[in-house]
Design a protein around this ligand. Sequence first.
Ligand code: 5OB
Length: 243
Amino acid sequence: MSTPRYDVITIFPEYLSPLSLSLIGKAEERGLLATKVSDLRAFTSGVHKSVDDTPYGGGAGMVMSPVPWGEAIDVIAEEAEGEGLSTHTLIILTPAGRRLDQAFAYELAQKEHLIFACGRYEGIDYRVTDHYSTRDHFEVIEVSIGDYVLGGGEVATLVILEAVIRLIPGVLGNAESLKEESHTLRDESTEPLVEYPNFTKPPEWRGLEVPPELLSGNHGLIAKWRVAAAKERTEKLKDQTRE
Ligand code: 5OB
């Protein structure tokens, strides 16, 4: 694949400043991907730079106008096409969208161009979803990061980008850390397990000892202990969401 590109459209560009830090920032410096944050207000006309209006049909709150969204998305798609990218995946952040999980993150990591539309207020006029769903070279996916309310899509975008970018070949130094991690770890019966607990030095801390199996040097014994510990941890987690 060509270098993937990640665009974010928001009325709070500074909210996305973590993109230039740490793993994502380093990956961009190494040329493994490109990111760009665009201010939705730059695509408004008039002195008030308004991006929202009252909902048709009445009700609380404000709805984001489709007009600046259409302008912004079209300009960004043209810019990406100028760089040789031919298909655009428009991601609209909404609690009504498909829930992010690890399998979905892998799917998104295969896309060459993601455009994140961060809504505020009561969301974006639904014609934006309808329009780009039928446009050539576009697909639209509404995405949620979980069943809770947020003020807007900005933090959800950061979560998705962090999950996706670390899956891009070359971004993580160690391919093993991708193989072994939580939600990928499975036992023989293929029930998904959370990760086993980890320990490091010192061997005793505040009266607590590291499980002796992990100090045994016996790799068969260690593997057995880890599967059992992961099962136990998975069961404990299930208990927390049972009444
Ligand atoms: N809550 N995922 C869960 C979300 C969300 C809220 C959003 C966007 C994605 O915007 C208000």
